[in-house]
Design a protein around this ligand. Sequence first.
Ligand SMILES: Nc1ncnc2c1ncn2[C@@H]1O[C@H](COP(=O)(O)OP(=O)(O)OP(=O)(O)O)[C@@H](O)[C@H]1O
Ligand SMILES: [Mg+2]
Length: 226
Amino acid sequence: MTALISARGLTRTYRLGRVDVPALRGVDVELAAGEFVAITGPSGSGKSTLMHILGCLDTATSGHYAIDGEDVSRLRGKALARVRNRKVGFVFQTFNLMPRLTVEENVALPLRYRGGIARLERRARARRLLERLGLGDRIGHRPDELSGGQRQRVAIARALIGEPAILMADEPTGNLDSQAGAQVLETFDELHRAGHAIVLVTHDPGVAARAERIIQIADGRIAGAA
Ligand SMILES: Nc1ncnc2c1ncn2[C@@H]1O[C@H](COP(=O)(O)OP(=O)(O)OP(=O)(O)O)[C@@H](O)[C@H]1O
Ligand SMILES: [Mg+2]
């Protein structure tokens, strides 16, 4: 079976004025279809940097990265965005929903960017997904009319609408109280049971423990696996 994610020797150095900040110092990651992996580590260890590269939001300074069989090591800008739109569903700590759009419009948005799918079909798909995530009665609401947990489940629906190869989430429960966080984690568990591959970043050991496998990052390197 080919790996969904195959990353070798990833480095990422940020340039701050004349100073180089090495955030990743050579990281290997492999992920198979259907796997649920958590990435943990202290603040500043490079978790978000790694996720942004794995999620095709950023490019490594050096190293090799292939996602779902496609080598994206050297892609930037629009070419990288095109791969991201097709292969990755990304969930952010702060939800990142569009405040003026309804729940349904937010969820359908990635399909609009992708093009080639009629508006009615986009809406129908968004509704189906929202119903599946228990939000069928909220489709006409704006994000600020929802609870935090509901907003994050809308963001998960938006991440899934393009049927990505991988679902990625960076501290998806970081802005939620424990009850809303538990509901969102339950949603990830269900998606995993349904066969989705998931990579989740968290500094919370209780959250990480729900994954099948844990990758620990410290100071830009893999410090352990469990
Ligand atoms: N855009 C940037 N420019 C310069 N340095 C950055 C940038 N983004 C991150 N860094 C630095 O890179 C290192 C890794 O940051 P990163 O955001 O990946 O950490 P993290 O593990 O996600 O931390 P947290 O748990 O606080 O979210 C840190 O030293 C950080 O200061
Ligand atoms: Mg981070």
